[in-house]
Design a protein around this ligand. Structure first.
Ligand SMILES: *Cc1c(COP(=O)(O)O)cnc(C)c1O
Length: 337
């Protein structure tokens, strides 16, 4: 669908990210041919999927004359890091609202993304207890800025709204072009599914193409049912915003909640195995919260015969490796040596 040229966009990555064939991983698993879309190589600081969303969100912020980006996420949020990195690149300020959970309290001295928030020069960090309202906390920061004559721009959790999702429609177009050039057809396209903008953008971008029905979201925090509802709701909003309502059928929405484990950002054995296997067969770093769990799902689909020999599977690597360093103990203690 060709919406993408109609909206203002910043450019944070000089060219298309590669699609690589994972020969060694495919052989190790003994099933389908596995390919990877290297969106972990997107621009900004250790870029990942939020880089594509921010190309549209920040263009909108600049059009509105904002001087400060405000966003929210977990205490180790890749989205928060990349929003801050985009602010640095554009000469804007950035303020963050971070949500603590029982398993992940805020620690100002933590490594991973927390270290990078401070290194990149975040202007303000406000922490909230789990379950408190992130959106109204952002609105409070925005109101404080307004009082002193500044102008904030609020970006929702994960950058998953009508504007941010467009970044993944662009990615779908890019994949379609690359697949045509290499004469490839992907029977399955596997993507981590969190706040949903990535999966919804892919659905939008692939609609009407040969890959339309092949997208599988592996959930990182919710059950199958709740995630499918979330995707459906966001897809509806996105479609009406871009005036394509009714053009995309609901049966392209597929999510799987079996690989979440105990909850968001809580390690699973499958995640640790996946992170280790991909590192040791391909030299590629996954992350413990999103891509590690999504790859654990892919591996299980191969082992249970749901992805078959002779098929081609594309894994969308959405980034996130900085969080690995905050999970060093877990990863090390779970490694098979
Ligand atoms: C945010 C994030 C995701 C999830 O993307 P959504 O659009 O929120 O579903 C996946 N992988 C990484 C590394 C992320 O930071």
């Amino acid at each position: 669908m060709n919406l993408v040229e109609r909206y203002p966009k910043r450019n944070y990555t000089p060219s298309a990210t590669p699609i690589e064939k994972l020969e060694h991983l495919s052989r190790a698993l003994g099933g389908p041919d596995i390919y990877i879309k290297r969106d972990d190589l997107l621009g900004l600081t250790a870029g990942g999927n939020k880089t594509r969303k921010l190309e549209y969100l920040v263009a909108d912020a600049l059009e509105q004359g904002a001087d400060t980006l405000i966003t929210a996420g977990g205490v180790q949020s890749n989205h928060a890091r990349l929003t801050l990195a985009a602010a640095v690149k554009e000469g804007l300020k950035c303020q963050l609202v971070l949500e603590e959970t029982e398993t992940h309290p805020y620690n100002d001295k933590a490594s991973g993304n927390n270290l990078l928030y401070h290194l990149l020069g975040v202007e303000k960090v406000k922490t909230l207890q789990a379950g408190q309202d992130l959106t109204s906390a952002m609105a409070e920061l925005n109101a404080e800025l307004q009082k002193v004559g500044r102008k904030g721009y609020m970006i929702p959790v994960g950058g998953s709204n009508e504007i941010g999702s467009l970044g993944y429609a662009v990615c779908a177009n890019e994949i379609t072009r690359q697949a045509e050039q290499e004469n490839l057809y992907f029977d399955h396209i596997v993507v981590p599914s969190g706040s949903g903008g990535t999966q919804v953008g892919l659905i939008l971008g692939f609609s009407g193409s040969r890959h339309e029905h092949n997208i599988l979201g592996i959930n990182v925090s919710r059950s199958t049912e709740l995630q499918e509802e979330l995707i459906s709701g966001l897809l509806e909003r996105v479609c009406s915003y871009y005036d394509v309502a009714g053009k995309i059928s609901e049966n392209v929405i597929r999510c799987n909640g079996e690989y979440v484990g105990q909850g968001y950002a809580i390690p699973t054995e499958g995640m640790i195995e996946a992170v280790q296997l991909v590192a040791q067969t391909e030299g590629i770093l996954l992350d413990p919260v999103y891509t590690g769990k999504a790859m654990a799902g892919l591996i299980d689909y191969v082992r249970t015969g749901q992805f078959k020999e002779g098929e081609k599977v594309l894994f969308v690597h959405t980034g996130g490796s900085p969080a690995l360093y905050q999970y060093a103990e877990t990863i090390l203690s779970g490694l098979k040596r």
